[in-house]
Structures are given as structure tokens and as C-alpha cells.
Design a binder for this molecule. Structure first.
Ligand code: 4AD
Ligand code: MG
Length: 508
């Protein structure tokens, strides 16, 4: 039994006296009155300290608190629909647990590098809190889905002797004097375990040296890798869709407050509950190149229209900024008007910079659409062009075998293609899942291992899986942070994980 009440449970405590323990996340003061917004990790609640109700001493203590001071508050709970959480606490007693002097993160805007340096504190902010709650819901939902479908969770090793996804992104480390690599993927071990358990999934950290700064690459990320014996690529796609929809449903049902907090328009999440379009690489390429329409719309026409609209939008934002700045310059404005106008200008400038970014991107997308070369893997812009035409994730399968991993099975009906599948998230997010049906033929695998210049001896055990009771099997890898980033519609993957590790970022 907890010695105090959590804010999340306050609605059931109306009329009671409770003890709350948490941090001052916001404070307003008037004459003889202090309003503290207390946060305790489960929610936020307004606590009122007045001279009359709380007494001089408590009022003094409340006045002395600063942002992020930790406190214990005792008070009575009152229903108040206007307040966050639907209640307000009238304080009888407040006690400081730990003071907080000059908390580095102020309410004003900070640059992203500053906030990343303060990540250990930034995690306390409302927006980051909401993202982490959604991440937690997603993690739990993934486990629930697989456990309810009879999958066995397995942990793959992190020290590995060989590459799984190509050698270029390996982190090398020292294993008792021998070179070892941090795992890029648990898949190969998952395949072994699937031959023992039938259906398994891993849920663990994976590592890739990605020596460039992008919105979607981390050096350390969490991957969920199911592997299923006796599944072909189509059953694999059913599993991917089932899992993603289970997660989206849970997030919509359990995180509506958090989604609101981060300003997520949920319409695309809702439209993702219908079945995902599935198409071959060939079909996807004709859509990207504007040869094949989706619901009557051709990629190039769509992008040209978007470019024209975006140029218009920029003009209108610029004129609005000029208008507001002119108003701000008129003499005799009230303080409230100045504050309002200044805030509006800051907001408009942010919108302007977003629109300007679109204006830099759209020509690149157009370039992708016009000049995509058949046979290539998809880059970020190709994925964007394709997914812009859909309002749910899209599954693309049967890729030219040259651009995909060594372990993928060839399509027996057309051996130019490997039975890989990528799931591309809409709204410009792109790949969140990569997977496929596995090659079962030893000879084909040996050839591929040579072709990819991988050390054969490291893969002998993997070939054994084909020598002893080989069966058709499939699996996939879901990048947890990519999924969180899309579901929360974040601009950058770095906000989707508590402490991101990426090129140029190892602290805090
Ligand atoms: O497509 P990938 O490279 O596939 C594999 O690793 C397979 N072994 C998976 C399997 O079939 N068992 O990676 C899978 C997913 C990507 O779709 C992406 O979501 C994520 O992992 N991912 C990354 N996420 C963040 N940062 C990176 N650097 C990532 N690289 C891949
Ligand atoms: Mg991939």
C-alpha cells in the first residue's frame, strides 16, 4: 500500500484529504495566493495555497518553491472540470523535499542541442513525458500481441561474431582479445530459435554505426524481431499488419490524453486500422514514377500541386508576419497585446521555417519521382513520394535481390526478386519494418554469402539450420523508435527514446 496518493487516482478521491508527492512543474502567484501545478509522473494537478486556508507558514513555503522543487503536499480534493485532470487540491500543508535552484530549462524556447544536452532533465517536460508514456504503451502492446498469439520471447546475444545486415555499419569491440561486433539484428539467432519453438520474437537493443546525421537513424535502437516456422511471405505480412494494428488500437484507446498533449492529429492512425495496401516493388516503382495512379492521382501531378500550394502558403505567412510586426510597432499598445502579438509572430516564424523546409524537399521528391532508376533500393524521398498517396502504412514486397540482404529467399516464379518486404509509414516517415521469407536452400545461401563477401566460417551454424529439418520460414524486424516517431508524428527519432545514441551524441 502506497503511503501517498498518485495524481492519476485523484478523481476517485474527491472530498478526501490526500498526500501528494511530486515536483513543481509550474507556479503562478497572486497576492496571498500561490498556484502550483504539481506533477508526479502519473499526471498533473493544480494545488492552491492561500493565506486563509493554508496559513502564513505554508504560503511562505509555497512562495519559496521554484520550478522542479520536489514537495509533499497535503490537501483536500475538489472537483473542478476547468482544471487539468478535473480536480483541484486545496493545500493544508506543503513541505519541501529537495530544492531546485535555477532550473536550467525555462519555459521559454530552447534550441534542440541545448535540450539534448539537458536530456536528463528535459525528460520531465510535459511533451517528453507524453512521448515516453506512448512508447511504454507501444512496448507493452507489442508483448501482449505476440504473447497472445503463442509466440515465445527470446533474447538474442549482443556480442556477435558476424554481420547480419552487411558489414558497413558494424561497431567493433574487443571480446577477450578477439574482435566481436555489437549485434545489428538478432534475426539469425531468431531463426535458430524458431526451429526449436515454432514462433518467437526478440525484443532487444541493436547497434548500427550510421556515420551521418539523419532524422531516422540511431546508433543504438530497439528492435522487435519475430520469426515464424512454416510461414511464407504473405503470412508474414498478415502478422506485421496484425501487430501494427494492435499497437495503434491500444495507443488510440489508452493514450488519448498524451496524443492530445503532443498535438497529434490521429486521423491517419485511425485510417491505418483498415488493411494496408500490399504491392510488389514493380508496382511501387510505377507509382513513384507517376506511371500508375492511386485513386486517380499521379505522383508527379500531386507533387506539382503541392509545390504550388506551398509557395502560396509561404507568401501568406510572410504577409501575416509583416502585418503583425507592423501592428507591434504601433505606439501605445497594452502589455497583453504586445505579448499576444509577440507569441503569434514566434509561432508564425516556426510555421514559416516548416514551410520553407517543405519547399526545399518537394523539388527533391519531384526529382525522385521523375528520375527513379528501376532496380535501385528506395531512398527516403522515394518512400515519401510513394506513401504520400496513401493514408496508412504500405507494404512493398518482392525486391530486386541485388539490393536486399543475403538471407532472403528468391521468388521461385521469378528469381530476379527476393521475397523481402518493407513496411513504409505514411506522412513522410518511410520504412518502419523490414523483413521477408528466408532462403532455405544451402547452395543458394552459400552463393549469397560469397557475393556479399561475408566470412563463410561464421555462418556454418546458420547453414546447419538448413541441413537439419529445414522448413519454410519468415520474419521481420520492427524498429521501435521508428514506430514511436511515426505514431507521435515527431520530427526526429531522437525524441522517441529516453537517451538517444547517435552520430555526435553519447551524453548524457
Ligand atoms: O531493415 P532492417 O535492416 O532489417 C533487419 O535488420 C532484419 N534482420 C530484420 C528481420 O527481418 N528480422 O532493420 C529493421 C528495422 C528497419 O525497418 C527500421 O525500422 C529499424 O529496424 N532500423 C533503425 N531504426 C533506427 N535507427 C537505425 N539506424 C535503424 N536501422 C534500422
Ligand atoms: Mg531495411
Amino acid at each position: 500500500m502506497s503511503s501517498h496518493t498518485y495524481i492519476h487516482d485523484l478523481k476517485q478521491q474527491v472530498g478526501q484529504t490526500v498526500t501528494l508527492k511530486g515536483w513543481v512543474s509550474n507556479k503562478r502567484e497572486g497576492k496571498g495566493i500561490v498556484f502550483i501545478v504539481l506533477r508526479d509522473g502519473t499526471g498533473y494537478c493544480q494545488c492552491v495555497i492561500t493565506q486563509d486556508n493554508s496559513g502564513e507558514n505554508n504560503l511562505n513555503i509555497a512562495q519559496s518553491t521554484a520550478l522542479e522543487t520536489s514537495v509533499i503536499i497535503q490537501g483536500s480534493v475538489h472537483a473542478d472540470e476547468k482544471q487539468i485532470g478535473g480536480v483541484e487540491v486545496q493545500v493544508n500543508q506543503i513541505e519541501i523535499v529537495g530544492e531546485s535552484i535555477d532550473y536550467p530549462i525555462a519555459k521559454k524556447e530552447h534550441g534542440i542541442e541545448f535540450l539534448m544536452d539537458q536530456r536528463h532533465l528535459w525528460l520531465r517536460s510535459t511533451r517528453q513525458w507524453a512521448i515516453m508514456k506512448i512508447r511504454n504503451t507501444i512496448i507493452f502492446s507489442i508483448h501482449k500481441y505476440f504473447q497472445s498469439q503463442g509466440f515465445v520471447q527470446m533474447d538474442a546475444p549482443i556480442f556477435t561474431g558476424n554481420a547480419c545486415e552487411g558489414t558497413s555499419t558494424l561497431f567493433e569491440t574487443d571480446f577477450y582479445g578477439e574482435p566481436a561486433y555489437l549485434s545489428q539484428s538478432g534475426q539469425l539467432y531468431g531463426e535458430a530459435m524458431a526451429m526449436a519453438m515454432g514462433k518467437i520474437y526478440t525484443f532487444g537493443p541493436t547497434f548500427r554505426a550510421e556515420k551521418s546525421k539523419t532524422r531516422r537513424h540511431l546508433s543504438e535502437f530497439w528492435m522487435i524481431e519475430p520469426e515464424m516456422a512454416f510461414y511464407d511471405i504473405f503470412q508474414n505480412m498478415d502478422t506485421i499488419e496484425g501487430m501494427l494494428q494492435a499497437v495503434i488500437k491500444d495507443v488510440l484507446a489508452e493514450c488519448s490524453e498524451e496524443l492530445k498533449t503532443i498535438g497529434r492529429d490521429t486521423s491517419v492512425l485511425e485510417s491505418s486500422l483498415k488493411s494496408f495496401p500490399r504491392m510488389t516493388y514493380d508496382e511501387a516503382v510505377s507509382i513513384i514514377k507517376g506511371e500508375k495512379p492511386v485513386n486517380g492521382i499521379y505522383s508527379i501531378a500531386m507533387l506539382e500541386a503541392e509545390l504550388a500550394q506551398t509557395e502560396e502558403k509561404l507568401k501568406s505567412i510572410e504577409s501575416e508576419i509583416a502585418d503583425k510586426e507592423a501592428k507591434l510597432a504601433t505606439p501605445g499598445l497594452k502589455k497583453g497585446e504586445i505579448n499576444f502579438m509577440t507569441a503569434k509572430i514566434i509561432q508564425l516564424k516556426q510555421e514559416k521555417s516548416d514551410v520553407e523546409e517543405d519547399l526545399r524537399n518537394i523539388p527533391q521528391w519531384l526529382n525522385s519521382a521523375r528520375n527513379f532508376e528501376y532496380g535501385n533500393d528506395f531512398g527516403g524521398s522515394d518512400e515519401t513520394v510513394l506513401t504520400k498517396l496513401f493514408d496508412s502504412p504500405v507494404m512493398v514486397y518482392d525486391w530486386p535481390h541485388e539490393v536486399k540482404a543475403f538471407y532472403l529467399k528468391r521468388n521461385p516464379e521469378d528469381t530476379r526478386f527476393a521475397r523481402g518486404v518493407d513496411v513504409l509509414a505514411p506522412e513522410g516517415y518511410g520504412e518502419i519494418v523490414g523483413g521477408g521469407e528466408r532462403e532455405t536452400n544451402v547452395q543458394n545461401l552459400v552463393e549469397k554469402i560469397h557475393e556479399h563477401e561475408l566470412p563463410m566460417e561464421a555462418f556454418e551454424w546458420y547453414l546447419d539450420l538448413r541441413r537439419y529439418g529445414s522448413v519454410p520460414h519468415s520474419g521481420f524486424g520492427l524498429g521501435l523508435e521508428r514506430l514511436v516517431t511515426w505514431i507521435c508524428k515527431l520530427k526526429h527519432v531522437r525524441e522517441s527514446i529516453p537517451f538517444p545514441r547517435m552520430y555526435g551524441r553519447l551524453t548524457p
